[in-house]
Design a protein around this ligand. Structure first.
Ligand code: ATP
Ligand code: MG
Ligand code: MG
Ligand code: MG
Length: 469
């Protein structure tokens, strides 16, 4: 069986042989971009090279980059547990050309690696291109020999990438693997493309334009390449399984979770084990990269991830801190590839223990309150905003945890009502301060800042976050 570790090194060696400098993964907390919560794509650490603000002594690079997608434009938190292909933490394999090679070499490399080296049958592969990108269409036809109907033209932004409102941008091409007719889902571009039958394994971005502030788009004199392939997704394919959570590492973690809880990973319990394995990994890597749980910013995203896992662990009947007990296994499994995990093991375990102990009692009582509140409602009635706010304020339930808890019964939360309750509490807090002395000017600045941070937190960081691949 090809392990995650083998696939990672095969990818990097393949591109090293093609003249790429292998660059180690950057930490999850972006070093060059304060607007971005976490590194969410392989290109993020190279952003300044793509814009020309920085140069390096190489023009082609390859990496396996740690990524977290649990907020902002890329928020896969709620997908975890329910799709075969999403994680909150994953590794993105990528090759990059900084004004060096372009479409032809990028497509040739991708096809050679997946078809010849990894041995994926052409019958199982479908690619998409941006609808106007005839060059990419012709290159795919020439290089892969795929029939025209499996080079699908897509007109949406899914196949047009932009770094932000200005800066480099260009068409994309995505490679999909067909896991077979027995799995629900349609080909890319079809109405049921969100199913898990055709799984996107690799995204190639052709940065050929630059957008200017007025909206003009000019041709870049030296176009660039940015690609991203999910390590766990290609591992599933190469290990002959459909689901990322059946890959070696996840099987090991899920088996341990089954053993400790005595609950099989079947039916309604399956998502819980998947959530626990995934969120344990995201949590451990975030702590190892210096994020500490808190009520704001990055620390709050971490706390939301942890608490979501704790709620599922509670649902499995776990009353001892389950994540704390699973953490050493994760470090055993991934510590060789990521020494930072071993170095932070004690911190990871102690942070998890303290968070699990702190939240346990609140969770129990909060879930009881939630049951009592929903018992009063009609089947299709949303949970009132003030109940969701009480769960947040008194029991430490992030809004998305409450929403997720109600998901099984198909019940929604009145989010506008929640926001209103939040605003009312803040206004009251501000008013309380207003009468408290001469230093009120400074304090109101503090409250305004809190409001701003709060607003972005609860709406899921909708501020203009720069996007990766
Ligand atoms: P999807 O449409 O399946 O959500 P995406 O288009 O959002 O994927 P990209 O932003 O193109 O993904 O990221 C590049 C690659 O990284 C994808 O082709 C996929 O292989 C992998 N990837 C993206 N999101 C995840 C995730 N949440 N978990 C695991 N792998 C992912
Ligand atoms: Mg996505
Ligand atoms: Mg996609
Ligand atoms: Mg994509």
């Amino acid at each position: 069986m090809t392990s995650l570790k083998d696939i990672r090194s095969q990818f990097l060696e393949f591109f090293a042989d093609r003249g790429h400098t292998v660059v180690p993964s950057a930490p999850l907390v972006p070093q060059n971009d304060p607007t971005l919560m976490f590194v969410n794509a392989g290109m993020v650490p190279f952003k300044n090279i793509f814009t020309g603000a920085e140069t390096r002594d190489y023009v082609r690079a390859a990496s396996s980059q740690k990524c977290v997608r649990a907020g902002g434009k890329h928020n896969d938190l709620d997908n975890v547990g329910y799709t075969a292909r999403h994680h909150t933490f994953f590794e993105m394999l990528g090759n990059f050309s900084f004004g060096d090679y372009f479409k032809e070499e990028a497509i040739d490399a991708a096809w050679t690696l997946v078809h010849k080296n990894f041995g994926l049958s052409a019958d199982r592969l479908t690619v998409t291109i941006y609808h106007t990108d005839d060059t990419a269409f012709d290159l795919w036809r020439k290089i892969s020999g795929l029939p025209d109907e499996r080079i699908i033209r897509i007109a949406t932004n899914d196949n047009f990438w932009a770094m932000g409102d200005t800066g480099p941008c260009g068409p994309c091409s995505e490679i999909f693997y067909d896991h077979g007719e027995h799995i629900p889902g349609g080909p890319p571009g079809s109405p049921d493309e969100d199913g898990d039958r055709f799984v996107e394994i690799w995204n190639l971005v052709f940065m050929q334009f630059e957008k200017h502030a007025g909206g003009d788009q000019i041709n870049l004199p030296k176009p660039s390449i940015d690609t991203g392939m999910g390590l766990e997704r290609i591992a599933a394919v190469l290990q002959g399984v459909h689901d990322n959570y059946d890959v070696d590492l996840f099987k090991t973690l899920i088996d341990a979770s089954v053993e400790l809880t005595g609950r099989k990973s079947e039916g309604a319990d399956a998502p819980a084990h998947r959530v626990i394995a995934d969120h344990l990994r995201a949590t451990s890597f975030l702590i190892a990269d210096g994020v500490a749980p808190s009520n704001e910013g990055r620390g709050y995203v971490l706390r939301r991830i942890m608490r979501r896992a704790m709620r599922y662990a509670h649902g499995l009947g776990a009353r001892d801190p389950l994540l704390t007990r699973l953490a050493p296994l994760l470090v055993d499994e991934m510590g060789a590839a990521f020494p930072e995990l071993g170095r932070a093991q004690k911190l990871i375990v102690e942070t998890l223990r303290s968070e699990e102990e702190k939240f346990r009692g609140l969770l129990d009582r909060g879930l009881k309150l939630l049951d009592a509140e929903t018992a009063k409602l009609a089947d299709d009635e949303a949970l009132p905003g003030d109940a969701a706010f009480k769960l947040y304020d008194t029991y430490g339930f992030p809004l998305d945890l409450t929403q997720d808890a109600l998901r099984r019964e198909g019940r929604l939360v009145d989010v506008a009502g929640f926001d209103a309750a939040m605003q009312a509490q803040r206004a009251a807090a501000r008013a309380a301060w207003a009468g408290s002395g001469d230093d009120t000017a400074d304090e109101s600045v503090w409250f305004d800042l809190r409001t701003e941070h709060g607003a972005t937190e609860f709406l899921g960081y909708i501020h203009d976050e720069a996007e990766g691949v």
